[in-house]
Structure formats: structure tokens, C-alpha cells
Design a protein around this ligand. Structure first.
Ligand SMILES: Nc1ncnc2c1ncn2[C@@H]1O[C@H](COP(=O)(O)OP(=O)(O)O)[C@@H](O)[C@H]1O
Ligand SMILES: [Mg+2]
Length: 308
């Protein structure tokens, strides 16, 4: 963990001594955590590389795309072979790594709906070791078109399994919904990262997401694990940020990434230059936070491989 995130954690812990017990945030966190099996053990680790990880939260603006881009770029900088799969018709991950959505010949839509070879869609990014399966607005129609397909929840899984051996990590960026594309992403994945913005309404709806994950574990993908809750846009000067962080830690404990993503203007500026923060400003706090997250993730995943 970086010095910065240590500082944040200490501050957070200190403020945690104040009582937040009877607040709406505490109640929302308690409701959300009830959605997980009380006292239940996490499912057995699925160590096989590559690891397919979906970032999911049906709330918009919580840092899913920022995490997909910057975690992917950080893993690539740490010499892992990484693919970002943009599964959002808004295509923010695509433009965020510098690809002009108007000039793409083959997108994830063509692969999902028209059976195009995924290799045809995949583009190399400016960061070495980093590739992208791009999206564009066409994807907006995909959910309806997938509805009457056989095994409609497994279309993305079948697609990714054709190319997964070329990568160490595949990160899927979803739209803010729990629709069929997100269900496809979770069905294809080994694990899910749940970004939680350190803001007032952050915990609302978490229970619904966790229930969806449980349903997918029960019906479509028994191996799906929660890789971790990720606190994003944390500002240690704000009591609210600390309160959200404390509640998430209290309820989800070891399931919360130790690395906290702080609010950092470079992270919000970088996409308009079509660059991950590591290219836009390598020394920024955002870059350091996401590099720490990548290291923490690699340690977690490698520990699981060694367990088996
Ligand atoms: N840690 C951060 N610090 C500052 N701005 C951030 C941070 N994370 C995300 N943002 C900004 O917040 C907005 C929403 O983030 P985004 O990753 O697009 O969320 P989502 O994909 O969940 O909708 C974007 O404008 C993004 O640049
Ligand atoms: Mg997004």
C-alpha cells in the first residue's frame, strides 16, 4: 500500500472512533451485507489463469470505467498481458484509452451478435501489454437481439474463452445496469470488483447487486467470486468519505481492497486525452493508487493459485 493510502486508512480509522452507528449509511451497509450468506465462507478459489474480472455496480459514476482503464494499464505496466473488454454502449473505456469510436470497423457488438472473430475486434493500446475489445453505440441494441438466442447469458463467455489464453487478466467494463450484458459479463468472469464511491448514496442498491451475484453463482457461474469492494473517490478531508469507508470496512471486512482510490483530478482529466493516468501523469496520486491496487490484486490472485 502506498504511503498515501496508509495515511487515508489511519485517518479513516481514527474518525471511525466517532459513532456512525445510527445513520442511514450504516443502515444501508447493514442491509447490503445481509445479502451475503451470513458467516458463509467464500466459494473455493478458482486459480486458473487468465483471470476474467468484471467491474460491476448498477450505479453510474462510481468509478467502474476509471478502474477498468487504470487497473488494466497498471497490470500491463507490471508486465501482465491485459485485455479491456468494453461492454458498455457508452464506450467510455474505448475512448478513454484513445480509440475514436467513430473509426472502429469491428466492435464487441459484431462479435456478440454477428459471430465475428474476436481477434478481428481487438486493438493494441499505447500502453505495452494492453489491448482493447472496443465498443460503440451499436451495443445499445445487443440486449434485445440476444434475448432469443440459445444460452443468451453465455454469449460473452463463449466469445472470451476463444481468446482468453492470450492474456493474464481480462477486465470487463459494464454499463450501470444489471441487464443481460452485465449478466453475460458476470457469467463469463472468475470474479467481480465492486467499486463503491465514497458518497452519500453509495451503498444504496448494493444489496440488489449482491443478490444478482448470488443468483448468478447459483444458476450460471458457481465459480464467481467477489474479488473485492473497492472504495473510490475517497477524500480524507470529508467526514462523509470516512463514514462510507468505515461502514464498508465494517460490513465487508476482508472483502474490501486495502488500497483506496482517492479523489484525484488527474484521473478525471486523463480520459479526455485518451490516456490512462499512468501515461497522462505517471506521478499522480491516481496513478500510484491504481498501481497499488494492481499489486494487491496480483498478490491476491497468486495466493489463490498457490493455495491449490
Ligand atoms: N478517483 C477519482 N478521482 C476523481 N475523479 C474520478 C475518480 N474516479 C472516477 N472519476 C470521475 O468520475 C466520473 C465517473 O467515473 P466513471 O469511472 O466513468 O464511473 P462509471 O463507469 O461507474 O460510470 C468520471 O468523470 C471520472 O473521470
Ligand atoms: Mg462507465
Amino acid at each position: 500500500m502506498s504511503k498515501q493510502s496508509n495515511v487515508s486508512r489511519e485517518t479513516s480509522a481514527r474518525r471511525g472512533a466517532e459513532t456512525f452507528a445510527d445513520t442511514p449509511i450504516a443502515a444501508a451497509a447493514a442491509r447490503a451485507s445481509e445479502s451475503l450468506t451470513p458467516g458463509g465462507t467464500p466459494p473455493l478459489p478458482r486459480p486458473a489463469q487468465p483471470r476474467i474480472i468484471t467491474g460491476a455496480n448498477q450505479k453510474g459514476g462510481v468509478g467502474k470505467t476509471t478502474t477498468a482503464i487504470n487497473l488494466a494499464a497498471s497490470l500491463a505496466a507490471l508486465e501482465k498481458k491485459v485485455l479491456i473488454v468494453d461492454a458498455d454502449p457508452q464506450a467510455n473505456a474505448t475512448s478513454g484509452v484513445g480509440v475514436d469510436t467513430r473509426n472502429i470497423k469491428c466492435t464487441i457488438y459484431d462479435c456478440l451478435i454477428d459471430g465475428k472473430d474476436p481477434e478481428e475486434a481487438i486493438l493494441k493500446c499505447e500502453v505495452e501489454n494492453l489491448s482493447l475489445m472496443p465498443s460503440n453505440i451499436d451495443l445499445v441494441g445487443a440486449e434485445i437481439e440476444m434475448l432469443d438466442r440459445p444460452e443468451r447469458e453465455k454469449i460473452l463467455k463463449n466469445l472470451l474463452y476463444k481468446i482468453r489464453d492470450n492474456y493474464d487478466y481480462i477486465l470487463v467494463d459494464c454499463s450501470p445496469s444489471l441487464g443481460l450484458l452485465t449478466v453475460n459479463a458476470l457469467t463469463a468472469s472468475n470474479s467481480v470488483i465492486i467499486p463503491v464511491q465514497c458518497e452519500y448514496f453509495a451503498l444504496e442498491g448494493l444489496g440488489k447487486l449482491l443478490n444478482t451475484i448470488k443468483i448468478i453463482q447459483g444458476n450460471l457461474n458457481s465459480d464467481l467470486e467477489i474479488e473485492g469492494f473497492l472504495l473510490t473517490m475517497y477524500d480524507n478531508r470529508l467526514r462523509l468519505s470516512n463514514q462510507v469507508a468505515d461502514e464498508v470496512n465494517k460490513h465487508f471486512q476482508q472483502m474490501v481492497f486495502k488500497t483506496i482510490i482517492q479523489r484525484n483530478v488527474k484521473l478525471s482529466e486523463a480520459p479526455s486525452f485518451g490516456q490512462p493516468a499512468i501515461l497522462y501523469d505517471a506521478d499522480s496520486r491516481g496513478t500510484v493508487n491504481y498501481l497499488n491496487l494492481a499489486r494487491e490484486l496480483i498478490e491476491k490472485v497468486e495466493a489463490k493459485v498457490n493455495e491449490v
